[in-house]
Design a protein around this ligand. Structure first.
Ligand SMILES: C[S@@+](CC[C@H](N)C(=O)[O-])C[C@H]1O[C@@H](n2cnc3c(N)ncnc32)[C@H](O)[C@@H]1O
Length: 291
């Protein structure tokens, strides 16, 4: 039984659900934790359109939420304007984007996200997309690999890791998460502290494989298409690269005079929430309202 604990869920519900009978988008449905709480606070006429790139997550969310007011959609949240138009919906009252991956995806070795469990080097949110982490590490050139490790992993020794990968794959393709972990260790050394040295390399590959930052940079544009006046957008980020993109794009929306920042400073989980759910420790929430 896979789990994922929704982060800052009551706080997000308080800030996002401006209309009890309204229509909402959950751009990253995952296992439906946020959506389930939202529906418990919304009326019978309300609807939530839940997007996810991962069809397994969508199926599990539907089983867990079990509510006809949830419409599950297998698509990237960047396609929300088109998916809404296809359902004759022009605008909604609110949208949530809980970025990154869910605990269930990390914990399932078959998905290839984990440094702890060995599994195929996959890392796709959407298993129907052709590009996987395995393809990236076995076919991309030295410069491309160095670039993603530096930009998406903020790894100082990006070139050394890229070089080690090219040397290793010359003998045999890298097939599993542990193959990559071992090769990264040849460049970065073994684990000494709490965090494994290959953590940033894994993060970089995941971001590249799923075009995460390209998608994050389009959240503001999606909001301008789908949010009604008086409606709100909420974004939960988990690392500085995501948060910088959201902070700057929200600033630009506010500067247009048509949006206002609901919280000037990011909202972060309490000490108690972090104690119960370690994944909450790096979470930051930003909320914006269309005037
Ligand atoms: C942090 S989890 C969401 C957890 C969810 N809020 C809950 O409470 O269960 C993020 C989810 O977003 C999905 N995802 C990531 N990027 C996406 C995108 N561009 N479009 C749609 N879903 C995406 C992932 O597959 C994952 O299931």
């Amino acid at each position: 039984m896979w789990t994922h604990i929704p982060i800052l869920a009551p706080q997000i519900a308080d800030l996002l659900l401006v209309n009890p009978q309204g229509m909402y988008v959950d751009g990253t449905l995952g296992l439906g934790g946020h959506t389930k709480l939202f529906l418990s606070r919304l009326g019978p006429q309300a609807r939530i359109l839940g997007f996810d790139k991962d069809p397994n997550a969508l199926q599990m969310a539907q089983e867990r939420v079990k509510d006809p007011r949830l419409v599950a959609i297998h698509a990237s949240y960047v396609r929300a304007p088109q998916e809404l138009a296809a359902r004759h919906i022009s605008q909604v009252d609110g949208a949530l984007f809980d970025l990154g991956l869910s605990s269930y995806q990390v914990d399932d070795p078959a998905r290839g996200f984990s440094l702890v469990h060995n599994g195929p080097l996959d890392m796709r949110f959407d298993p129907t997309q052709p590009l996987s982490a395995k393809e990236i590490v076995n076919t991309w050139g030295l410069d491309e690999l160095t670039c993603i490790f530096k930009e998406y992993g903020e790894e100082h020794r990006a070139a050394q890791v890229a070089h080690a990968i090219l040397t290793a794959r010359h003998t045999q393709p890298l097939e599993t998460t542990f193959d990559l972990k071992r090769v990264a260790e040849t460049a970065l050394g073994p684990q000494r502290g709490r965090v494994h040295p290959a953590t940033q390399i894994f993060q970089a590959l995941r971001i590249a494989c799923n075009e995460e930052l390209t998608n994050v940079s389009r959240v503001a544009e999606v909001l301008t298409h789908i949010i009604k006046p008086g409606g709100r957008g909420a974004v939960l980020t988990f690392h500085s690269l995501e948060d910088r993109l959201i902070k700057n794009s929200f600033k630009a929306l506010a500067a247009s005079g048509q949006w206002r920042l609901v919280n000037k400073h990011t909202i972060v989980p309490s000490y108690e929430e972090i104690r119960q759910n370690s994944r909450a420790r790096s979470a930051k929430l930003r909320v914006i309202e269309r005037i």
